[in-house]
Ligand binder design. Sequence first.
Ligand SMILES: C[S@@+](CC[C@H](N)C(=O)[O-])C[C@H]1O[C@@H](n2cnc3c(N)ncnc32)[C@H](O)[C@@H]1O
Length: 195
Amino acid sequence: MPLVDRALAGRVLNRGNRSVVVAAVAAIECGPAADIADIGFGGGVGLDVLLDRGGAAVHGVEMSETMLADARHRFADAISRGRLRLYAGRMERLPLDDSALDAIISTNTVYFVPDLAAALAELARVLRPGGRLVLGVGDPEQMTKMPFTRHGFRLRPIDELISAIRAAGFDQIEDRRVGNGRRAFHLLVCDLPVI
Ligand SMILES: C[S@@+](CC[C@H](N)C(=O)[O-])C[C@H]1O[C@@H](n2cnc3c(N)ncnc32)[C@H](O)[C@@H]1O
């Protein structure tokens, strides 16, 4: 797909995901001085919502060069003012220091991560003690019915996700729902122990 079409696809995704991403940002419950990252930011709606909060720098990690190029263009002003730092990288090997962040959001990403344990260990590594991860996933039962999820998606049961998150060291995990009905979107709000 040409670069401009992929960027457009990212913006279309943004429109569909905005309410979920807004709920994920609200769930971090951090003050304005907190260091926060959006991992797998895609079309950039999470970066947009995080930047709107004001305060400390926002960090964005993406493996797609297309999404990175689009975000560099779209958020050029925030980058030049030092409010936004973008990094090329994968969730399984994050280009961030140990304990660098207070909170992380990552929505609609883990379907594309083969080694979930490695990714969760990395998310735990870059969070400070007491840090919060908000992982957003569509309801697997609902997503199974969508034809596009037949290729390239790993639709893990929510219980399996929660067990993997616990194994990575998060001790408080809450499954908050966004939307109506038993197939509403899942926001897994996960806290590391304070120590
Ligand atoms: C469906 S989009 C979701 C974008 C955005 N988080 C949202 O909810 O609108 C998935 C994004 O995750 C990125 N992604 C997939 N696997 C990843 C990985 N292992 N590490 C980092 N990003 C990843 C993709 O490049 C893509 O931009």
